[in-house]
Design a protein around this ligand. Structure first.
Ligand code: FPP
Length: 251
C-alpha cells in the first residue's frame, strides 16, 4: 500500500514491529518520576496503534515488556503492570471500533493474574476482528522463544511425529509464538539506542531497521510517516541483485 507524505512516496509495511524505548529518559529530563514517562508512553502507543490502522497496516507488534524488564525496581514493574491492565480495559472499545484483534507473545504465565485475565478477555472479545492484528510482546525474550521452539520440535521428533528432514525454516517458524504471522518487514526503535535487545531475533532476519533519537513519549504520527518514507526508499533485495529486484517484492 502506498500513500503520499507531503509529496514523498510512503510505502506502508505489512508488519511493523516497534521497540518503544525512552520513557524513563523522557521523564528524567523533566525531573519527573519514571512512571510518568510510561504513562505518556501508553498515550503514544494508543495514537500509533490508531494511525497504523488508519494507514492500513495488517500487523503491528509492540515490545511492551521484555523478560529482562522483570529486573527493574519492584515499584516500576508493579506500575507498568497496572498501566497495562488499565490500557487494555480502557482501549477495548477502540479495538472493537477499529476491528483490531489483540494477540500476545511472551511468557504470559509470569504476569500478574489480573493482567492475564484482562488479556485473555480482550483477546476473546476481539478474536473475530480482521482489519489489523495488534501483538503485544509481554515478558518476551526471543532467545527464550527460540529455545521453546527447539524443545517442542525435539519432543515431536523424539516421539516420531516429526522427521528431522521436515524441520525447515517454515516448519521452525510454525513452532514460534508468532506462528501464522508474516515476519515484520520493518522495525522501528526509538530513543537513539542501536540494538535489537532480544526482540524477534528469528523473525527480523530480513526486516529493514530504523533507529530514531526521538524518545517514545514524543513519537508522533508525523515521525511514523517519516519512518515509512525512509522505508519506501530502501530497496529490499533478499540477497538478490538490484536487477533481479525490479519488481516490488513487498506488495
Ligand atoms: C522503555 O522505556 C519502555 C518500556 C520498558 C515499557 C514500554 C511500555 C510502554 C510504552 C507502556 C505500555 C504500552 C502498552 C501498549 C500498554 P524505558 O523505561 O526503557 O526508557 P529508558 O531507556 O529511557 O529508561
Amino acid at each position: 500500500m502506498h500513500f503520499e507524505n507531503g509529496g514523498a512516496e510512503m510505502r506502508i509495511p505489512r508488519h511493523l514491529a516497534i521497540i518503544m524505548d525512552g520513557n524513563g529518559r523522557w521523564a528524567e529530563q523533566r525531573g519527573l518520576p519514571r512512571i510518568l514517562g510510561h504513562h505518556h508512553g501508553v498515550e503514544t502507543a494508543k495514537v500509533i496503534i490508531e494511525e497504523s490502522r488508519r494507514l492500513g497496516l495488517s500487523y503491528l507488534t509492540l515490545y511492551a515488556f521484555s523478560s529482562e524488564n522483570w529486573g527493574r525496581p519492584e515499584e516500576e514493574v508493579d506500575s507498568l503492570m497496572s498501566l497495562l491492565n488499565t490500557f487494555l480495559e480502557r482501549e477495548l472499545e477502540t479495538l472493537l471500533t477499529h476491528r483490531i484483534r489483540l494477540n500476545v507473545i511472551g511468557a504470559i504465565h509470569r504476569l500478574p493474574e489480573a493482567v492475564q485475565h484482562t488479556l485473555i478477555g480482550t483477546m476473546e472479545r476481539t478474536a473475530n476482528n480482521r482489519d489489523m492484528v495488534l501483538t503485544l510482546a509481554l515478558s518476551y525474550g526471543a532467545r527464550d522463544e527460540i529455545l521453546g521452539a527447539v524443545k517442542a520440535i525435539a519432543g515431536e521428533v523424539a516421539v516420531g511425529r516429526l522427521g528431522l528432514d521436515a524441520v525447515d525454516e517454515e516448519c521452525f517458524s510454525g513452532f514460534l509464538q508468532t506462528a501464522g504471522m508474516p515476519d515484520p518487514d520493518f522495525l522501528i526503535r526509538t530513543s537513539g539506542e542501536i540494538r535489537i535487545s532480544n526482540f524477534l531475533l528469528w523473525q527480523l532476519a530480513y526486516a529493514e531497521i530504523y533507529f530514531t533519537p526521538v524518545l517514545w513519549p514524543d513519537f508522533s504520527p508525523t515521525h511514523l510517516h517519516e519512518a515509512f518514507t525512509e522505508f519506501s526508499r530502501r530497496q529490499r533485495r533478499y540477497g538478490l541483485t538490484a536487477d533481479q529486484c525490479q519488481d516490488d517484492v513487498t506488495d
